[in-house]
Design a protein around this ligand. Sequence first.
Ligand SMILES: Cc1cc2nc3c(=O)[nH]c(=O)nc-3n(C[C@H](O)[C@H](O)[C@H](O)COP(=O)(O)O)c2cc1C
Length: 223
Amino acid sequence: MDLKQAMKERHTVRRFKNKPLDEETVRLLEERVRENNEKLGTEIRLVCNDDSAFNAALKLFLAKNAVNYFVLTGEDSEKLEENLGYASADLMLYAQTLGLNTWWVGGTYSRRTIEALNPGKKTLGIVVVGYGEVQGSPHRSKKFSDIAAYEGEMPQWFKDGVEAVLLAPTAVNRQAVRISGKGNEVAMSYARGFLGKADLGICRYFFELGAGKENFTFTETTA
Ligand SMILES: Cc1cc2nc3c(=O)[nH]c(=O)nc-3n(C[C@H](O)[C@H](O)[C@H](O)COP(=O)(O)O)c2cc1C
């Protein structure tokens, strides 16, 4: 499975099998984390076999075997949140290509426990990774015309990019993204609000993967 196929198959999964990640899988995930950190200036890391990210009630009702997770953290800067979102999209889809499932958690985790792992840094959330008990299901989605417009005759790459964004995970499934295209230029914005910048980064990644980076340039991305 490649990353494009992974976009279609990825859905949020909150319950995982009691099956540890094997050594080779951990090595591949850590390598991918390192590449993202190098490219984007983030300080994401993978924590394995640790059950302290969720409180007892959540573990009982929602977060079953959610014991492996990427901690989305870094030195605070203007672009950190968008970059963490962008990197998280790559890690989720890469994990999917390895037969894993994921869950982005920005609210319902033990924030203080996780933040204590990264003193002095900004921590946005975690992405749980593991073997899902189920594969999840497609989210309720806005329509193409709700989020995108193109001036003139719409090229195929723009359509593909917007279709990809409609598959992207966003906080509380808000999908508050706007994409406008003209010629080979694309502007993307995301409505302010809870984790809007992270969502913008995720949508930017999905658009690039769907449209093909070689076909367009982003004039601006804002949230
Ligand atoms: C930035 C972000 C934050 C999220 N925070 C939470 C959360 O705190 N708790 C939760 O259960 N799901 C959370 N989610 C998962 C979303 O609810 C989910 O991605 C969305 O409903 C779309 O579903 P899908 O991922 O299956 O496409 C979050 C997702 C994103 C992208």
